[in-house]
Design a protein around this ligand. Structure first.
Ligand code: 6LW
Length: 539
């Protein structure tokens, strides 16, 4: 079947619904429902966005806050969240929902989309990002956070972790657009032509950081006549840190913050903290004049391993006029933050059970791997079900296996689906996976062999492939469950445990990369094999 995509812009009462349909699968950006205000203003829980939400970037429009994250090989790319208090976030869509914006097809684990920056300028949203699989640095614009977002403008500048900044030329009073990114071992600045993405003049390394490895993730702000540069150093692991410098001239020289690093947990006082790897921050001035930083960090589990990826955390920033800012009073972040906050405003929890209906857009939490092959997915084949057909790739391969999943967001979390083996041919495998990379995942799946169906628990650990359990199925239906816990994953067939495996072997420390665990449903094998999914439950 030929892949076709089109965009429909629909005017709706009280807002707009934007739908990009791919085959019969709709990826939509729906305006958020109104938040329920609780009015509380003391304390909050970190992370504010649990599960794989690294490299957060935040901006404010009036009293609304918006935030984006990296998504690597997952599609749609760059989720966009909305908040009224910086603590509670509701996803309003994805910035990149179509192939003309995001090509990921040749991409393996942790390639693709890295480190976006979100800004609001002159009545428009800008999202600039690195795509390793296609064209490197590029930016997109939108009138509304939920889109539609434009096609990319490619920026003629090497490097990663791009940020945009606008400033008036003091001599001419004309506005200039700057690109700042990480390249050549430092933080690189260049002026660009916003309409073409072409560089204007030379690019220059303006700061090398304080000597930590991988100076990266820069964001630039102007306050009280100073240009402030906020960056990450130390690499995105236990030695990660946030550092700052300022200058009266955007081109430098930059002097470092006297208290650098302004935040790190790589200190004695951070050694027993559950939260580690703090870095890659962005700051925002709130509507009440307070300042806040979002940053990434991870929560370790099972002996110094982390599995959920790098998550988004929030901390207060004190910033008096002409002074250097202080991050969280110079103290480490905690999972229970005790500080004055903006008046708190919550959103309804997303449903625990995801259903599939013809004509209804997919739940915004769901992702595919790379650019999906739309002919492998259908909402039309069987009402109330998502039919997933085996494609050319298996779960063990890079690229686009037939897969749909969502982030594991709690260390203790259960993922369940009801499956039937009716559509499976001999040699096919379909089920659920706790997935970090093509080489590191644990699966519970229905396998058809010699006319019989078994429920199989299997592990892929680098070069090792292991079948841990096979239980013959009585009928043609089964409820499969994966249960995440601090030290183990447990696997259940119709509520009965049939396998258990140490969590640490699919941790980032073991497997590497920048992503976090996804819970997904998949099918692989002979091309005429399929499964029909009616629900996916995460609780
Ligand atoms: C990102 C870099 C980083 O580009 O990890 O933590 C990389 N920081 O800044 C990928 O997320």
């Amino acid at each position: 079947m030929k892949l076709h995509s089109y965009i429909v812009l629909l005017a709706m009462l009280g807002g707009a619904l934007w739908v990009s349909a791919q085959g019969n699968i709709e990826i939509s950006n729906v305006r958020p429902t109104l938040p329920v205000s609780t009015g509380v203003s003391q304390g909050y829980a970190n992370p504010v966005l649990p599960g794989m939400h690294p490299d957060p970037s935040v901006c404010r429009v009036g009293d609304d806050y918006y935030l984006v994250n990296s998504t690597f090989q997952f599609f749609p790319a760059v989720p966009i969240y909305h908040s009224k208090d910086l603590i509670h976030w509701e996803q309003v869509g994805h910035c990149l929902t179509r192939e003309s914006q995001v090509k990921l097809n040749d991409d393996g684990n942790s390639g693709g989309i890295w480190a976006p920056t979100l800004r609001y300028h002159n009545g428009k949203f800008y999202m600039i990002v690195t795509n390793w699989a296609h064209g490197m640095n590029q930016f997109f614009t939108a009138e509304r956070p939920e889109g539609p977002w434009s096609d990319p403008v490619h920026v003629d500048q090497e490097g990663i972790d791009p940020c945009l900044f606008w400033d008036k030329d003091p001599k001419t009073g004309k506005e200039k657009t700057y690109y700042v990114g990480s390249a050549q071992g430092g933080i690189l600045l260049t002026e660009i032509d916003e309409t073409t993405g072409k560089r204007i003049g030379e690019s220059k390394v303006i700061w090398n950081g304080t000597g930590g490895r991988y100076p990266e993730g820069p964001h630039i702000y102007k306050r009280d006549g100073y240009y402030y540069l906020l960056i990450a150093e130390g690499g995105t692991e236990f030695s990660h840190k946030i550092t700052m410098a300022r200058s009266k001239d955007i081109w430098g020289p930059y002097e470092g913050h006297p208290k650098n690093p302004v935040m790190t947990h790589l200190l004695q006082k951070g050694q027993d903290n559950w939260i580690q790897g703090v870095g890659h921050a962005d700051i925002v001035d709130a509507v009440d004049g307070s300042w806040w930083a979002v940053c990434l960090a991870f929560r370790w589990q099972t002996g110094g391993h982390h599995l959920l990826g790098r998550e988004t955390f929030l901390m207060p920033v004190e910033w008096e006029k002409d002074q250097w800012p202080t991050f969280n009073g110079g103290e480490c972040m905690q999972s229970e933050m005790k500080c004055k906050t903006l008046p708190q405003s919550t959103f309804p929890e997303p449903p625990r059970t995801i259903t599939f209906k013809q004509g209804e857009p997919l739940d915004l939490r769901l992702n595919f791997l790379c650019n999906p092959r739309w002919e492998c997915y259908s909402l039309d084949a069987r009402p109330g079900h998502l039919r997933m057909k085996a494609g050319e790739k298996t779960l063990d391969e890079k690229g686009w296996p037939t897969f749909i999943g969502l982030r594991q967001t709690n260390i203790e979390q259960r993922f369940t689906a009801m499956m039937s083996s009716d559509g499976l041919r001999d040699g096919a495998r379909a089920g659920l996976t706790a997935y970090l990379t093509p080489e590191h995942h644990y699966d519970i799946a229905l396998v058809k062999k010699g006319g019989k169906t078994v429920a199989r628990v299997s592990y892929r650990l680098g070069k090792m492939r292991h079948i841990a359990a096979e239980v013959e199925l009585g009928g043609n239906k089964a409820e499969l469950t994966i249960m995440g816990q601090a030290h183990d994953y447990r696997f259940y067939l119709d509520g009965k445990e049939i396998g258990c495996m140490d969590a640490r072997f699919i941790s980032t420390e073991t497997a590497g990369g920048f992503t976090g665990t996804y819970f997904g449903a998949f099918v692989e094998g002979p091309r005429d094999s399929y499964i029909d999914l009616s629900t996916l439950t995460i609780d």
